[in-house]
Design a protein around this ligand. Structure first.
Ligand SMILES: C[S@@+](CC[C@H](N)C(=O)[O-])C[C@H]1O[C@@H](n2cnc3c(N)ncnc32)[C@H](O)[C@@H]1O
Length: 432
């Protein structure tokens, strides 16, 4: 396929089109201010007891709704996936995960020597969408954990097929069906002492933000067996962006936004002015694949909780920035994975969307760049509706510190004192 270098320009244009330059920072302050109100009502990190009681009952229901939803998802064949309205978007998400995983494995090997054996925990692994990435990354062992039993069974089957087909030595694996926001999964591991080099939580961490105890259990599972110097990587929705897109400043009653392929809707019982730090539930619908409740992840709180578990933020990047950052190095893979749609389509192929609005950005670009002789290049792009869904997410990377428990306690008490001081001075409670 003949994607030209211009594909980059198209993506950049799209990004400028959909994300106003000052949108993010302006929103950030707004959202933090509104979250601050709820901070004053409950101290996120210290006071866990009150939250434990009333959130657990509610959580039980949502956890099973999520598990049921993913258990019932049908496996689609390759042909059916190609026909999907979100074919390229899914491929782009997959490409993003490949780049995150590939980059971090390279980094771990640079830091620890190229021959180190790497053990991985895939938290919320689903049907094993990342098994091939672990194989390509040449890791030693993978612990796959997910709340949905059927997905875990499908993951096992995929692993068996992979092992059968593979000519080289495939990593060893184990499979755990468990609610990772409620159970200590190390107790279910074949070797409880296994030292992990990497924990990956792709498109799943937001489920744990239903309550503080759940987020803490999830982070305890991330951190307990992670080696000092090991990494925790993942992808999750960007709460700030979600709040911005709701546009409640202009339309205070708004509880829903989306387009022809996805929607985010806050039920009437989710307070939005301000949203709570935990349990800020919205229903996420994505054509063909997702239809279930999720929770806003207030990132400063996530970061702060993570630090309690010895995890320091190394990188937080919105998908749209990440795509641009990785385009240069990842272009070949991007094309092989068909992560962009060729526009205009080849021969008698039809664009994935029949709505012209979905291609206005690329049409504009082509109109402005065609030669005097009328030659129009083909470029790679994504329909506007798909891009709006992709750009809801961000990538995060944390690194496990090499701190003793004593150091950590000291640091926590210092930060609590700092918080108390800043509260006294009327400053923002959750640090940025
Ligand atoms: C969007 S899917 C992502 C699957 C996989 N990580 C991927 O990228 O293909 C989210 C996954 O998180 C899992 N999940 C949700 N809540 C969970 C929990 N509390 N514990 C473990 N897994 C959970 C779901 O069952 C589902 O498989």
């Amino acid at each position: 396929m003949d994607y030209l270098a211009d594909g980059t320009t198209i993506l950049s244009n799209e990004i400028q089109l959909h994300i106003p330059e000052d949108g993010i920072s302006a929103l950030s302050n707004d959202l933090l201010n509104s979250f601050e109100k709820s901070n004053q009502e409950h101290d996120a990190v210290k006071d866990t007891k009150t939250e434990n009681t009333d959130s657990n009952e509610k959580e039980h229901c949502v956890g099973s709704v999520v598990a049921n939803h993913y258990n019932q998802l049908l496996e689609r064949g390759v042909a059916e996936r190609k026909e999907s309205r979100i074919f390229h978007m899914r491929n782009l998400n997959n490409w993003i995960k490949s780049r995150i995983i590939g980059n971090i494995l390279d980094r771990i090997r640079r830091e620890n020597g190229s021959h180190c054996r790497l053990n991985v925990l895939d938290l919320g692994c689903g049907k094993g969408g990342d098994l091939l990435k672990w194989e390509r990354g040449n890791v030693h062992h993978v612990v796959c954990a997910d709340i949905a039993e059927t997905s875990i069974e499908q993951c096992k089957d995929r692993y068996a097929t992979l092992k059968h087909r593979s000519r080289s030595n495939v990593f060893s694996a184990e499979f755990i069906a468990a609610d990772c926001s409620k159970e200590n999964i190390m107790e279910r591991m074949a070797n409880r002492e296994l030292k992990l080099d990497l924990v990956s939580c792709q498109f799943a961490f937001h489920y744990s933000f239903e309550s503080l105890p759940q987020a803490e259990q999830m982070l305890a599972n991330v951190s307990s067996n992670l080696q000092p110097g090991g990494y925790f990587i993942g992808t999750t929705t960007d709460a700030e962006d979600i709040m911005r897109r709701l546009g409640r400043k202009e339309y205070p009653e708004n509880r829903k936004f989306g387009n022809s392929i996805f929607s985010v809707e806050f039920p009437i019982d989710t307070p939005l002015d301000p949203p709570p730090l935990f349990g800020a539930k919205y229903n996420f619908h994505l054509e063909e694949v997702v239809d279930c409740p999720e929770f806003l992840v207030h990132f400063p709180t996530f970061q702060k909780l993570a630090s309690k578990y010895g995890l320091t933020l190394v990188q937080k990047t919105r998908f749209e920035e990440f795509v641009i950052q990785e385009l240069d190095q990842g272009k070949d893979l991007l094309m092989r994975m068909k992560a962009l749609e060729a526009y205009p389509p080849y021969g008698n192929q039809r664009p994935v969307s029949q709505d012209v609005v979905d291609y206005e950005h690329v049409q504009e670009y082509l109109d402005s760049s065609s030669n005097a002789d009328g030659f129009r290049p083909k470029v790679g792009t994504l329909s506007k509706a798909e891009w709006e869904a992709v750009s809801l997410y961000l990538v995060y990377i944390f690194r496990k510190e090499d701190l003793t428990t004593k150091d950590r306690k000291r640091r926590l008490s210092t930060s609590s004192n700092e918080e108390a001081n800043s509260r006294d001075k009327g400053k923002r409670h959750v640090s940025n």
